[in-house]
Ligand binder design. Structure first.
Ligand code: SF4
Ligand code: SF4
Length: 85
């Protein structure tokens, strides 16, 4: 009779679990004009309200709301926004 192999819970989670799928994300570089002056062009164009303006900082992006439509990339006049693979 063929024996069935027993796996521990740890083995099931560590060996057979699928690796997490890395979702592409938006990245704003340190060339963002809002660090040195004032800009909110990317915020204005985002229909999902996924970009949050911050005083003297780069805007932050809410990855949960972002649909990766890339409209903000085109709106940034200094190409400070990119998308990861
Ligand atoms: S990619 Fe689209 S949804 Fe995401 S932050 Fe930019 S404009 Fe908003
Ligand atoms: S449009 Fe570009 S420069 Fe302006 S706040 Fe957004 S990322 Fe910064």
């Amino acid at each position: 009779m063929r024996e069935s192999k027993q796996y521990s819970r740890r083995q099931l989670f560590t060996q057979f679990a699928r690796p997490p799928v890395n979702k592409p994300q938006l990245v704003i570089s340190n060339t963002c004009d809002n660090l040195y002056g004032y800009c909110e062009s990317c915020i204005d164009i985002c229909s999902e309200q996924a970009i949050l303006w911050q005083v003297d900082k780069k805007p932050s992006i809410d990855a949960e709301k972002c649909t990766l439509c890339q409209q903000c990339i085109g709106a940034c006049f200094i190409n400070a926004i990119s998308i990861t693979d």
